[in-house]
Write a protein that binds this ligand. Structure first.
Ligand SMILES: [Zn+2]
Length: 169
């Protein structure tokens, strides 16, 4: 064991996100900060469901709200926003609140596109933004009805408290 984990409370957080396919053939498909071929996903920001689930898991673990309260889809500032940059902002906010990210693990549930070939770059993008290990794996639904209309993601994050006196909620 060469890695030193800060002492303090451990907190786990879960994130979930889903975006449906866009009708706009020009819309880019972005997952985990990687631009993929194929139809894009509908959403106010870049609709990066992988990164959104990661953000929600982290915010939830810290008890700091959720992606909708931080980056409202009614706010024009986040129209077409780069979600990996939003993840960086959230990671910075967690650090300022005294939390260190231990790791995040994300499952991407979709039949298209195939995640495997892009996994390494997604992990690299997200790990850099989160400042900790982020792992990504893809699961197909084997064509199960109802899941072919978009991309679902689930994420779990573990964070540790750097100090014992973080503002009471
Ligand atoms: Zn989303």
């Amino acid at each position: 064991m060469s890695e030193t984990i800060p002492m303090g409370a451990l907190r786990v957080g879960h994130g979930f996100d889903v975006h449906r396919w866009s009708d706009d053939p020009e819309r880019a498909m972005i997952l985990g900060g990687v631009t993929l071929s194929g139809p894009g996903l509908d959403g106010h920001s870049d609709a990066d469901a992988v990164t959104h689930a990661c953000i929600d898991a982290l915010l939830s673990a810290a008890g700091m709200g959720d992606i909708g309260s931080w980056f409202p889809d009614t706010d024009d500032r986040y129209s077409g926003a780069n979600s990996v940059e939003l993840l960086s902002q959230v990671a910075t906010a967690l650090a300022q609140a005294g939390w260190a990210v231990a790791n995040v693990d994300i499952t991407v549930i979709c039949d298209q596109p195939k995640i495997g070939p892009h996994k390494a770059v997604m992990q690299s993008n997200l790990s850099a933004a989160a400042g900790a290990s982020v792992t990504v794996k893809g699961k197909t639904t084997e064509g199960l009805a109802g899941l072919q209309g978009g991309v679902q993601c689930q994420a779990v994050a573990l964070i540790t408290q750097r100090t014992t006196q973080i503002g009471a909620s």
